[in-house]
Design a protein around this ligand. Structure first.
Ligand code: ADP
Ligand code: GLC
Length: 481
């Protein structure tokens, strides 16, 4: 039995701010349980729903040195869907209304979490063969592992992997402070280690010290070696190219299943969507006060409202888009300028645009199930899960060809009748507009072709199966077979 430990800052169903949580929460249960014992360790945030906190049971606690500080480390555990989850408790670090706050607090929070996760292992008696870290919040884990922990027998042969879900966020702060927080020797703060452009960089530390680096799609693995996508670490990514691979994300096929989904008005499947899917659209139009019209081309967006997702293109084109025969349903929170933009358009185009500026799992499922198309014109997209959810629900994705969007949405080709969605190459508002118009034309004028697009989209398999096997292969390879 190979033992794997996921260390991450979020995971469903316990806590989620984005796709990272979906991956961390849904991948571990997809490994071959005969061969891999994959457990997960997360912070116990005060803002977790009581329902989840109630499921955790106290295991033990100890005190840990973090530089000159001595900090309480509580450990709780629960088993969910057959997977063992551990939680690190410390009310000083993990208070607050959200998992992440100010970066200067977060760097200390996640230094604590990273060290505590390692320190907890001998105490709970779980000795992983591989520690699999996710994003900058856990970038210090490989560093600590090679540092102090390496001396003891318990840790010596442990390997580490870091998965980059988003290279944009690196956990950067000034070196002096980070040295004081982490207690790491000065020698670590050099350009071939944690230092980047004069500051300390957690993600860089993880990338340098991990035995292997992965990211969440093949295209993104290539893109981050270029200056445009490299977020100033493209040189490092090139240097690590021989230990870097892209493994595309999957989604939880039980959670996201139009046939059994509890959140949606009417369940349907790949056989009966032609008749049944429309009932979801009707219900959503009613719920959100949109014009009741079966025919209307309904475009959905479910997203963090940040510039990563291409909202500049949408802002630029929104007036023009609203002149077309369409409806827009937007669900998201994030940057105020985008929140206000959608509120504005919902007011200006009542009955045509619905702006749901909040977070709701239920509403997200309704949108995936109800819309005709799903828009995701991202500036960059390491993988993207929303387009996979849309495909699963027979909602045709319209995307920009970048990162995981390029790898998972096959563009429609009207001549040989192939493809699962629509895409455009350049980050250009008119290209996006023309692609939407093309999709609308197929929808309104070539309905049979449109339905075949849905047939093909619903037939592709983006469950975790294939990708979980790729991770297993990587684990085997790192452990020498
Ligand atoms: P990212 O991780 O960059 O935000 P992904 O496409 O990988 O993008 O994952 C986003 C996840 O968050 C999806 O599960 C999506 O449904 C969900 N999501 C985003 N915004 C909201 C929201 N306002 N309400 C509910 N779910 C949301
Ligand atoms: C990040 C990326 C997104 C990816 C998700 C899960 O949040 O922005 O593209 O799907 O992580 O890997």
């Amino acid at each position: 039995m190979k033992k794997i430990l996921f260390v991450a800052s979020e995971g469903v169903p316990f806590i989620k701010t984005g796709g990272l949580a979906d991956v961390v929460g849904s991948l571990p249960k997809c490994f071959d349980r005969e061969k891999y014992d994959c457990r997960v360790i997360l912070p116990k945030y005060m803002c977790m729903k009581q329902e989840w906190k109630d499921r955790m049971s106290y295991l033990t606690h100890f005190y840990m040195d973090l530089s000159w500080r001595s900090q309480y480390v509580g450990i709780l555990e629960t088993v969910y869907d057959g997977v063992h989850f551990y939680f690190i408790d410390n009310e000083y670090y993990f208070a607050g209304p959200k998992p992440y706050g100010n970066i200067y607090q977060d760097v200390e929070k996640f230094a604590f979490f990273s060290k505590a996760a390692l320190s907890a292992l001998p105490v709970i008696g779980f000795q992983p063969d591989i520690i699999h870290c996710h994003d900058w919040q856990t970038g210090l884990v490989p560093v600590y592992l090679k540092d102090k922990f390496h001396d003891g027998d318990f840790f010596r042969s442990m390997k580490s992997i870091i998965t980059i879900h988003n290279l944009k966020f690196q956990g950067v702060w000034d070196m002096k402070t980070i040295q004081d927080i982490t207690g790491l020797d000065k020698s670590y703060f050099a350009p071939d280690k944690l230092e980047a452009y004069g500051d300390a960089n957690y993600l860089k530390g993880g990338i340098v010290y991990a035995d292997w680096v992965t990211t969440v799609s093949k295209t993104y693995a290539d893109e981050i070696k270029t200056p445009f996508y490299g977020e100033r670490l493209d040189g490092l990514m090139k240097a690590r190219a021989n230990c870097l691979s892209g493994i595309v994300n999957g989604i939880d096929y039980e959670e996201y299943n139009p046939e059994t989904d509890k959140f949606i008005e009417k369940n349907y499947n790949a056989k009966n969507f032609r008749k049944e899917k429309i009932k979801n659209k009707r219900a959503l139009q009613k719920e959100l006060g949109l014009e009741q019209d079966d025919r209307k081309f309904m475009i959905g967006i479910v997203s963090r409202l940040t510039d990563q997702k291409g909202f500049d293109l949408i802002a630029y084109m929104m007036d023009e888009l609203c002149q077309l025969d369409v409806q827009f349903v937007v669900l998201g929170t994030g940057e105020e300028r985008y929140e206000n933009m959608f509120r504005h358009f919902a007011w200006k185009y009542q009955g045509k645009v619905a702006a749901c500026i909040y977070y709701s799992e239920a509403m997200s499922h309704k949108i995936y199930a109800s819309c005709d198309a799903f828009l995701m014109p991202s500036l960059f997209e390491p993988c993207g899960l929303s387009q996979l959810m849309s495909l699963r629900y027979g909602t045709v994705p319209v995307v920009r060809e970048t990162g995981g969007l390029r790898d998972t949405v096959q563009p429609y080709n009207e001549y040989d009748s192939t493809g699962t969605g629509f895409s455009f190459a350049n980050y250009n508002a008119h290209e996006m507009l023309n692609t939407i118009k093309y999709a609308m034309d197929v929808y309104y004028v070539h309905k049979r072709e449109w339905n075949k697009l849905i047939d093909r989209g619903m037939a592709v398999d983006f469950s975790w199966k294939a990708s979980a096997e790729e991770y297993e292969k990587l684990y085997d390879q790192l452990l020498g077979g």
